[in-house]
Ligand binder design. Structure first.
Ligand code: NAP
Length: 294
């Protein structure tokens, strides 16, 4: 398969009641990973996309998404198999509990044979999906697992990708690699690390946001207008991310705290609050919880 003029189906991209501005590619609060994926697909420019099939489960979501329709995106309710049949690449973005009913729909196995199925479901293994998909002809199933985060809407996701099985054709692996690279950075991990990756890519933006929220409050308490504090914190996060490309977190902390100035004073207060142990425990607890999601 080639990365030319792909038709992509996203199964599970509703979330009724919320507005999603596909052209502007940002989302109102809510989870809606499927919609975020569509926003990113429309924004990226590395892969040529012919059309997008968006499958939802409710009338409200269909009406909602259709309002934001732009040329090349077709929304259907109850049309998972039709969307999968029309697609070159199928992305499964429903809640984990809906996997069995969607992949078990009559005709879904035939629709998916020989084409890439990329699941973004937390806690659902490739073998659990293979168990549901049976029959459908001779071609093999080519199941990928990717765990992005909501920044996929702006092509800035941190996406963990499970190392693909060696039975999947190289050409297909390359297309999926290019597609997800066009939506942000990707890290390949073994299947045994996918629950950890769910947390490291999907959940940790919420933890970082909690920490930053406290920093904004601290600045406001010292007299900084809230909008200025937010703007500085967001820019600081981008520059920290840039520095982390070439430094480990502990190297970065040590070099910024090198002199006996204000930074080390603040660092000592954070250490009194056990920030390192608390964040390590939070991540470990979330990984344990992720293993029970499927
Ligand atoms: N949110 C994140 O940051 C994140 C990160 C990594 C992975 N994930 C995974 O991504 C998946 C989606 O997450 P989410 O937070 O967007 O979930 P969600 O809001 O609970 O579900 C997504 C959509 O799936 C649709 N759906 C449910 N059953 C369906 C069916 N039978 N056919 C077609 N569509 C169906 C629903 O559409 P209606 O609105 O029409 O009912 C719903 O809007 C989950 O499996 C989650 O584990 C999420």
């Amino acid at each position: 398969m080639r990365d030319k003029d792909l038709t992509i189906a996203v199964l599970g991209c509703g979330r009724h009641g919320y507005a999603c501005h596909l052209r502007d590619a940002w989302l109102t609060p809510g989870r809606q990973l499927g919609k975020a994926i569509i926003c990113g697909l429309l924004k990226q420019s590395d892969v040529s996309i012919n059309s997008i099939e968006a499958a939802v489960n409710s009338d409200t979501s269909k009406v909602d998404l259709s309002k934001q329709l732009r040329e090349g995106v077709r929304v259907s309710k109850g049309g998972n198999v039709k969307a999968a049949n029309a697609a070159d690449v199928v992305i499964l973005a429903c809640p984990p509990r809906a996997m069995t009913s969607i992949l078990g729909e009559q005709g879904m196995d035939a629709a998916l044979k020989g084409k890439p199925l990329v699941s973004v479901l937390a806690g659902v293994t490739t073998s659990a999906m293979e168990d549901v998909l049976k029959g459908g002809g001779d071609a093999p199933f080519c199941i990928f697992r990717a765990l992005p985060n909501l920044a996929i809407a702006t092509c800035a996701s941190a996406t963990a990708v499970e190392a693909p099985k060696s039975s999947i054709p190289r050409e297909m692996v390359d297309v999926i690699d290019k597609l997800f690279r066009s939506l942000g950075g990707i890290t390949y991990v073994p299947a045994s690390n996918m629950n950890a990756a769910t947390v490291m890519c999907g959940s940790t933006p919420a933890y970082v946001a909690l920490f930053l929220d406290g920093m904004v409050d601290g600045a406001v308490a010292a007299g900084v207008p809230r909008d200025k504090a937010r703007s500085m914190v967001a820019q600081m996060l981008s520059s920290t991310a840039a520095l982390l490309q070439s430094h480990s977190p502990s190297e970065l902390r040590e070099s910024v705290c090198a002199m006996p100035g204000c930074t080390i004073q603040g660092n000592l207060v954070l250490e009194e609050g056990c920030i390192r142990g608390t964040s390590a425990r939070a991540v470990k607890t979330a990984i344990d919880a992720a293993s029970k999601l499927g």
